[in-house]
Design a protein around this ligand. Structure first.
Ligand code: ADP
Length: 267
């Protein structure tokens, strides 16, 4: 399922005195199976663009294609249901959306709401709890008795239970310790490969963008100003400076070596 944004502009509070454009003529194509990172300074439009991937926001101008479905201004919520099923969004701090009495019910909620049988939904929950690295007994617990990191994993299992073809990750490791961050990111990467998903990662972490993504798009002041492979994007640290982005460790390291090599040897 390819994703294509064509000339997408978005204004908050359109037609009111508070109208504010957050996206301007964004063109972005994400072929099926791509791991796409979207990076950019705070306020550059990342969250706004992210909400266009499953119709939570509809473009004020332009078109969003999700496979053979089209999202344009005025599309009814009912028509967006099939898109919501195929595109799973893991929002920042997804654990805030847990609400059921047990972890099992929480993970089963999404699929059952979309007409999946109880039996199939339970089977998915039992498989997924292990996949996200938690013991099966967790299913019987209240989500509110878990640690923050465990709750995050349960919330992720809830998104995966919908068996999406596209996963959109909004800073999925925010607030986790470095080990938890790496585990979660590696888990998403394995899923991406094994299930041939399209993964879209919105992140502040240049390290994660460099490590996992096939393609990186830079957002700046509501525009998609640059896109390319990590090698192309990180080739010149001046590009990153221009968009107020911190280069990843590997680039800083290379720059340091080059700097040292260019220094005349002292006698
Ligand atoms: P990012 O995720 O990169 O930090 P956002 O997409 O949240 O950027 O924001 C892009 C621009 O839109 C910013 O100028 C922000 O202030 C503005 N914005 C975000 N949400 C709203 C909103 N609900 N109403 C009005 N303006 C908003």
């Amino acid at each position: 399922m390819d994703i294509k944004l064509q000339q997408v502009s978005y204004a908050y509070s359109m037609g009111t005195p508070f109208e504010k454009y957050a996206l301007f003529d964004v063109d972005l194509t994400i072929p099926h199976g791509t791991y796409q990172a979207i990076i950019g300074h705070t306020g550059s439009g990342k969250s706004t663009i992210l909400q266009h991937f499953n119709g939570l926001l509809k473009p004020s101008k332009g078109q969003v294609h999700i496979g053979d479905r089209l999202i344009v201004a005025g599309k009814k919520a009912k028509e967006l249901k099939p898109i919501r099923q195929k595109v799973g969004i893991v929002f920042q701090f997804p654990e805030h959306q847990l609400f059921e009495e047990t972890v099992l019910k929480d993970i089963m909620f999404g699929p059952m709401n979309f007409g999946v049988s109880e039996e199939v939904a339970e089977k998915r929950a039992r498989d997924l709890i292990k996949l996200v690295g938690l013991p099966e007994e967790t299913l019987e617990k209240s989500p509110f008795d878990l640690s923050g990191g465990q709750m995050r994993r349960v919330a992720i299992a809830g998104v995966l239970a919908m068996e999406p073809e596209v996963i959109v990750l909004d800073e999925p490791t925010a607030g986790l310790d470095p080990r938890g961050q790496r585990e979660i990111m590696d888990m998403f990467y394995s899923l991406h490969k094994e299930r041939h998903l399209t993964t879209i990662l919105v992140t502040h972490s240049m390290e994660d963008a460099a490590r996992y993504a096939d393609s990186i798009a830079i957002m700046h002041e509501g525009k998609c100003v640059l896109s390319g492979t990590p090698r192309e994007i990180f080739a010149d640290s001046k590009t990153l400076e221009q968009y107020r982005l911190e280069p990843p460790h590997i680039v800083r390291f290379q720059a340091k070596i080059e700097q040292l090599m260019n220094q005349p040897l002292s006698r």
